[in-house]
Design a protein around this ligand. Structure first.
Ligand code: MN
Length: 338
């Protein structure tokens, strides 16, 4: 079968590899139908993702059709349309015992540490397969994965209706966050440097928008919250200074959620955290949030159609990644189809 492998940074190839066979552990064979291109896939391609190892078949937003199941599999059957959880973990370390398998000490993410979804077939354990909503085409169903990332972040933030949330950054991550956060009933402020992204966020349910080029984020966020500051801030910008900015702006007893992977040193101080007794929490990947995302779609609370801007046949992955690099303003979600 064919697969897309990043042999080493900036070296993407179509390769032949053996079609996987199911066994007692990987007891479901899935024929991949669509796989999204995520910022982290682009990072692995360009060698800027510190977690990745090479050579690697990338792709972690993968959906497909079940074509074979092993003995005793009842969770899915042949013909089912599924999305595959990208997180695999050991199940025995401290994090796993605390039901935090997404930060397992032996974490292996499909498409990052082990081979992912840019290939024709994958053999995976049945417990990693989730049934897609009937209403979603495969291309759109890819968006369930970014949705799980947003659900994870909002759950780490313990976001609820009495909160005022600041989403810092209105790119792909910020817009997924907005879609989930608005379901909480919280008041939502979005901040970005681009007016068109802010306008889109306002259209999608944000209450206030701050352009951080023209306006002072801290002053304006305080003004919008009667001087208190947002009670939850989520960093979807992940720039060098974003953490300190959010620590400063967030109100007493608030939560600040980091989502970035930057290793660039950044200056913070204890006072800004201690004086307000802030909770600073990381949010990484997602912890068994696929069913929650799928339920929201099935209940009609979340519409995942309309996010995919471009599709490419998966054998033309090079073209797709070159197009990503062009930073064409029309790019939203790009999906490889099989
Ligand atoms: Mn992703």
């Amino acid at each position: 079968m064919k697969a897309i492998q990043i042999v080493k940074p900036n070296d993407l190839r179509v390769i032949d590899m053996p079609k996987p066979e199911i066994d007692a552990h990987n007891n479901v064979l899935v024929k991949i139908k669509a796989a999204g291109i995520c910022g982290s896939d682009v990072g692995i391609y360009h060698g800027t993702n510190a977690a990745a190892t090479y050579p690697r078949v990338i792709g972690h937003e993968m959906v497909g059709e079940v074509v074979e199941t092993g003995e005793g599999v009842t969770r899915v059957k042949v013909g089912d349309r599924v999305i595959i959880d990208q997180v695999t973990n050991c199940g025995t370390c401290y994090a796993c015992r605390k039901n935090r398998g997404n930060v397992c000490a032996n974490l292996r993410v499909r498409g990052v540490h082990i081979d992912g979804g840019y290939r024709e077939y994958m053999a995976v354990p049945d417990h990693d397969c989730y049934l897609l909503p009937d209403s979603l085409r495969y291309e759109d169903a890819v968006m369930i994965e970014p949705t799980t990332i947003a659900i994870q972040s909002c759950s780490r933030a313990e976001l609820c209706a009495e909160d005022t949330l600041l989403i810092y950054g209105c790119g792909a991550l910020g817009s997924s966050l907005l879609r989930i956060a608005r379901l909480s009933g919280a008041k939502i402020i979005v901040a970005d440097i681009m007016d068109d992204k802010l306008a889109e966020a306002l259209k999608n349910g944000a209450d206030y928008a701050i352009n951080t080029v023209r306006e002072d984020l801290e002053a304006r966020a305080r003004e919008l919250t009667d001087g208190y500051g947002p009670t939850v801030s989520i960093d979807a910008a992940c720039t060098k200074d974003s953490l300190l900015t959010l620590l400063r702006v967030t109100g007493n007893a608030g939560r600040v959620i980091t989502m970035g992977f930057s290793v660039a040193p950044t200056e913070v101080n204890q006072f800004v955290i201690t004086s307000k007794e802030l909770d600073v929490r990381g949010s990484r990947l997602q912890n068994k949030k696929f069913q929650a995302a799928i339920d929201l779609v099935n209940e009609g609370k979340l519409d995942l159609t309309g996010s995919v801007s471009h599709t490419f046949p998966f054998l033309e992955a090079q073209k797709a990644f070159d197009f990503v690099d062009s930073r064409d303003p029309s790019i939203r979600k790009i999906v490889l189809t099989f």
